[in-house]
Design a protein around this ligand. Structure first.
Ligand SMILES: Cc1cc2nc3c(=O)[nH]c(=O)nc-3n(C[C@H](O)[C@H](O)[C@H](O)COP(=O)(O)OP(=O)(O)OC[C@H]3O[C@@H](n4cnc5c(N)ncnc54)[C@H](O)[C@@H]3O)c2cc1C
Length: 388
């Protein structure tokens, strides 16, 4: 059993770190402070081919696995950009999965090529205000009409909605009460974000402010038939395919945030002298940081284990969920300890750890909360009764 990165994977890690080094703390501080999308970073990632790492080669992608995407995202988030660096490009890696698997050749060419080239941005419209985690209870409805559908409804938290050209949109085409199973009757579209018919209102939030999140109001949007992914009524199943990669990526992105915070804290603890010696010489300072390292390290390998299973077409639901759960907690713990190790300076923007700390709670909440992960593992692994 080999548990290590291959030379090719190490090269991905090194190349992405090198590219991200062009974007320093001041760059990310400004993006965060002015709530500005990191366009230059996004374009640099596109220009160097990273946006298409998991996309098929015939649309300009690299055709690599979730393992390579995870290594790339870990490098991106641990390089100072934190969760903003992740969320600016994250949807490119798993969002179009349904298109890759269920799209026609024409759709793949029309949609994936501009995404990979960085010419178009996508956003992901699944969550709704009145459904929450109970996704089958969404009410955004697509009514069939000649040549397409008329869509009305609301989405919540849609990230990158301010800058996106297109939206991956989950709708109902049959009401839940009229379906034999709750997961039936849902249809997935990928369509132009027509701002004449879709209002996108920014949500003011705790952190990761370089990447916007929004309340979205859809009012009589016409979506042509050619923008429907796969068959009508099967959209929920298409989305399920992408959930495990998403969890693995979110997990390893969190690890990157935690490791960056830990590096900064260790550096500060080596340099800051109080009572005539570096604060890091005190066990009360060094032990929490060492503990954070152990949690991050174990969660990192859990992510890569889940990625390995996914890439080798093995069942990975429990591992992907566990990886996301452990990583988010380890990152939050490391960022909290990093702030504490800085003392008062942990609260100052200058040392960056407050930004990482604010971001580090996000992977505990989205795209799925800790409670729902534990309920999944209780039911699917421990064979306990379904609780929701
Ligand atoms: C910054 C940010 C960006 C996001 N970006 C996107 C995006 O781009 N696209 C998108 O579609 N969504 C996005 N989301 C939404 C995110 O996926 C949801 O917030 C998340 O899935 C939780 O759903 P909710 O907020 O509706 O929580 P709710 O469903 O309202 O749940 C609230 C709380 O109750 C708990 N709970 C509910 N039911 C149960 C139960 N049966 N058992 C135990 N606990 C339960 C939950 O775990 C949670 O703690 C984003 C969210 C955030 C914060």
């Amino acid at each position: 059993m080999l548990i290590d990165l291959t030379p090719d994977q190490l090269a991905i890690d090194a190349n992405v770190h090198q590219l991200c080094a062009e974007f320093d703390d001041q760059y990310w501080t400004n993006c965060e402070q002015y709530k500005r999308f990191p366009q230059e970073y996004y374009q640099a990632m596109a220009k160097n081919g990273w946006l298409g790492i998991t996309m098929p080669e015939d649309v300009g992608g690299a055709g690599l696995g979730v393992t390579e995407a995870a290594i790339m995202m870990h490098a991106a988030t641990s390089s100072g950009g934190g969760y903003s660096a992740a969320s600016a490009i994250h949807i490119n890696l798993f969002g179009p999965h349904a298109i890759v698997v269920h799209g026609t050749a024409e759709q793949k060419k029309r949609w994936l090529e501009p995404l990979v080239a960085g010419e178009e941005k996508a956003c992901f419209g699944v969550t709704e205000p009145d459904a929450g985690l109970d996704t089958t209870s969404i009410s955004t409805f697509a009514e069939k009409t000649t040549g397409g559908y008329i869509v009305n409804g609301r989405k919540m938290w849609t990230s990158t909605g301010q800058v996106a050209d297109r939206i991956l949109l989950l709708t109902r085409t049959t009401r839940k009460e009229d379906c034999a199973k709750p997961t039936q009757g849902m249809t997935l579209f990928y369509t132009r974000l027509d701002r004449k018919k879709i209002e996108v209102k920014r949500i003011h939030k705790m952190g990761r402010n370089a990447v916007d999140s929004n309340a979205v109001f859809i009012d009589n949007l016409f979506v042509p038939d050619e923008d429907r992914i796969g068959e009508e009524g099967k959209g929920f199943n298409y989305l399920l395919d992408s959930l495990n990669p998403e969890r693995i990526l979110v997990g390893i992105e969190a690890i990157g945030v935690g490791r960056d915070a830990l590096d900064r804290a260790s550096r500060y603890a080596r340099e800051r002298v109080v009572f005539g010696r570096p604060i890091g010489q005190n066990q009360g300072v060094q032990h929490p940081l060492a503990e954070a390292w152990t949690y991050l390290e174990s969660a990192y390998w859990m992510c890569l284990r889940a990625a390995y299973l996914y890439d080798n077409k093995k069942s990975c639901g429990a591992e992907a969920n566990a990886a996301k759960f452990l990583s988010a907690r380890a990152a939050f713990d490391a960022c909290t300890k990093a702030v504490m190790a800085h003392g008062g300076m942990g609260y100052a923007q200058e040392f960056q750890v407050e930004r990482l700390f604010r971001e580090s709670i996000l992977p505990r909440i989205a795209p799925v909360t800790e409670q729902l992960i534990l309920s999944f593992i209780a039911e699917r692994v421990l064979d306990l009764p379904k609780s929701y």
